[in-house]
Ligand binder design. Structure first.
Ligand code: CA
Length: 221
C-alpha cells in the first residue's frame, strides 16, 4: 500500500514515515501544500495523512481541491487537539478521519489501516480471497488453512491484490504500490515475485489475465 504523508515539521514527518514503512507501507512525504496537492493529483495513493497547518497552501484547501478533482483515496487529517472547528471543517471538506496533535504513532497506524480496510469494503483486519486469508495487523497469511511465510514485498503484493476484488492489476500498477516509483525493470521484478508466490501458495493462487494483469483466484468478480 502506498501512502502520502503531508507534514511540514520534518521530525514528525520522519517519525510517521518510519513507522509507516515498518508497518509495510511505501511512503512519499510532502512538506508543503503545493507539493502535496500536486502529488495527490498526479500519483495514485491508497491513503493520505494530511497535516492542516502547511506552508504555501493550507491543508484544508489541499483537501478541498483533491475532492473537487475527484481524488477519492482515504484521508486522515492531523489537527491541533483542541480545535474542533478545524476538524469539523476537515470532515465537511471530505476527510475520512482525524487525529489531534500530539498523537501516538500506533493510533495513527491503526486508524490508517482501518481506513484502507473500509475503503475496500472490509470490516475486520482479516481479508479473505479464495483460499487466502491475510491478517493485515500482523502482516501474516494462511493459504487453505496452512500458515505461509512471506517477505514484506510478497505480503504487500497479496494485500494489494486482495483489495481489488476481482479486478486484474497490471505489473506497472503493482510496482507503483509496492515500490513507490516506477522503474523500467519493475515489471520483471513483479513477475518474479508472482512466480515465487505461486510456488509458496499454489500454482493457481494468482491468475494472469493477458493484457490486463494479475488477479487473486477467488477474489470475487
Ligand atoms: Ca504543520
Amino acid at each position: 500500500m502506498r501512502a502520502l504523508i503531508v507534514e511540514d515539521e520534518t521530525d514528525v514527518a520522519a517519525d510517521i514515515a518510519q513507522a509507516m514503512q515498518e508497518a509495510g507501507f511505501v511512503v512519499d512525504v510532502a512538506s508543503d501544500g503545493e507539493d502535496a496537492w500536486f502529488r495527490g493529483n498526479t500519483e495514485d495513493y491508497d491513503v493520505a495523512i494530511l497535516d492542516l497547518g502547511l506552508p504555501r497552501i493550507d491543508g484544508l484547501t489541499v483537501l478541498r481541491r483533491w475532492r473537487s478533482e475527484q481524488r477519492s483515496f482515504p484521508i486522515i487529517i492531523l489537527s491541533a487537539r483542541n480545535d474542533w472547528t478545524e476538524r469539523v471543517a476537515g470532515i465537511e471538506a471530505g476527510a475520512d478521519d482525524y487525529l489531534g496533535k500530539p498523537f501516538e504513532i500506533g493510533e495513527l497506524i491503526a486508524r490508517v489501516r482501518g481506513l484502507i480496510r473500509r475503503a475496500a469494503g472490509h470490516t475486520s483486519a482479516s481479508i479473505a480471497a479464495g483460499k487466502l486469508l491475510l491478517d493485515t495487523n500482523r502482516m501474516s497469511a494462511t493459504y487453505a488453512g496452512r500458515p505461509v511465510r512471506l517477505s514484506q514485498l510478497e505480503f504487500r503484493l497479496l494485500h494489494y491484490l486482495a483489495h481489488q476484488t476481482g479486478r486484474a492489476v497490471s505489473a506497472g500498477e503493482l510496482a507503483e504500490h509496492l515500490y513507490g516509483a516506477a522503474d523500467p525493470g519493475d515489471a520483471n521484478a513483479i513477475e518474479a515475485l508472482v512466480m515465487r508466490l505461486r510456488r509458496k501458495l499454489d500454482a493457481d493462487a494468482i491468475e494472469t489475465r493477458r493484457g490486463f494483469g494479475y488477479l487473486l483466484a477467488g477474489s470475487g468478480e
